[in-house]
Design a protein around this ligand. Structure first.
Ligand code: KG4
Ligand code: ZN
Length: 332
């Protein structure tokens, strides 16, 4: 049986992203990244919702055009309805409701964190049971996945998310928001042993804590003359990356062993990180497990992951209606 044609809409943070998926194949994947936040060093919620409002119609039109389909050829409308910024979520959700109503198509709400996990199944076979590590700008979470949407949280961050640590430390180093990709690039020419930063809670349970690392880097930078910081930028970046990656790899190793599963699903914006991908691959080999990681384009926020997750929810009979509401926090 062929899978439905799905329109996926993502607007939970600072990307207006829309994709079309047909028979499990991504026909189009349009991502409008908001640049306005750069000058503030982080996402400004009110500006984010206004920017979504401005771009949503054109982004949907572009995704349909790239896919070569008319709106009436869409079978299912998938939309991220949380967690995220309320004003931003409302823009995508209202658009999706309007589309669903106008064309008489079923509406499927998608949890943004689930979408990061299921992004793996755009290019890989669905595999259960598995452990998923979600590492994004807003979340760091280990989840046991026993079947479609059968999830148990094994660990989560107690303070900053891994991506947030990259971004905040990048700001201290004078890098533009979001700093993760630039730290990654600079790290490739640096010495990860240059500075010894803490690996908080690395031997303790499956929760994470990254705020101490931020403070430790702050004090370390205060002790170094500005010209030394500039000259050692690559080494400092590599040391920061190693501190974050060490913790993520060790916790993922422990979670997979504790759960007794043979598959690790890596996902979220930080899973684009080259040091993390390389170190996870080595760990997977050592533990004899399979590791799935999405292509770079499906790691950071995108519409295809929403469409894929909506496709699986629809298959499982999980359909919503026009009363669906957005929610801000993962716990809601
Ligand atoms: O998943 P995502 O696009 O948005 C959220 O749901 O948060 O993740 C964005 C985060 C940002 O913190 C960004 O700095 C980080 O992912 N990021 C990276 C890399 N690419 C994106 N962090 C480290 N290395 C990268 N290559
Ligand atoms: Zn995300």
């Amino acid at each position: 049986m062929s899978s439905p044609t799905v329109l996926g809409i993502e607007s939970s943070c600072d990307e207006t992203a829309v994709a079309v998926l047909r028979d499990g194949r991504v026909l189009s994947n349009v991502i409008a990244t908001q640049t306005i936040h750069r000058k503030y060093g982080g996402v400004v919620p009110e500006l984010a919702s206004r920017a979504h409002h401005k771009t949503i119609t054109d982004t949907v039109d572009q995704a349909l055009q790239d896919a070569g389909l008319g709106p009436d050829e869409i079978d299912v409308v998938g939309v991220a309805n949380g967690p995220g910024l309320m004003g931003s979520l409302l823009v995508g959700l209202s658009f999706a409701k309007g589309f669903s109503l106008a064309y008489g198509k079923p509406l499927v709400g998608v949890n943004h964190l689930d979408a990061h996990i299921y992004a793996n199944f755009i290019e890989h076979q669905e595999r259960y049971p598995a452990v998923a590590l979600i590492v994004s700008g807003g979340h760091t979470r280990l989840v046991r996945v026993d079947g479609p949407f059968d999830h148990t949280t094994m660990g989560a961050t107690r303070d900053d998310a891994a991506g947030e640590a990259f971004d905040k430390i990048g700001k201290m180093l004078g890098l533009e928001y979001p700093a993760g990709p630039e730290i990654d690039r600079l790290s490739q020419g640096g010495d990860p042993q240059f500075a010894q930063y803490p690996r908080a809670m690395i031997r303790e349970g499956l929760d994470f804590s990254f705020s101490g690392l931020k403070t430790s880097v702050l004090y370390d930078l205060k002790d170094r003359p500005p010209e030394e910081v500039r000259a050692s930028l690559a080494d400092l970046c590599a040391s920061v990356s190693a501190a974050i990656v060490d913790v993520l790899v060790e916790k993922a190793r422990r979670a997979v062993c504790e759960a007794g599963v043979g598959t690790l699903l890596l996902s979220g914006g930080v899973s684009a990180n080259s040091m993390l991908r390389a170190r996870m691959a080595t760990m997977a080999e050592e533990e004899g497990i399979e590791i799935q990681v999405p292509s770079m384009i499906y790691c950071t926020d995108n519409g295809a992951m929403i469409a894929k997750t909506a496709e699986i929810r629809y298959r499982e009979g999980l359909v919503d209606d026009l009363s669906m509401q957005p929610y801000a926090s993962a716990a809601d």
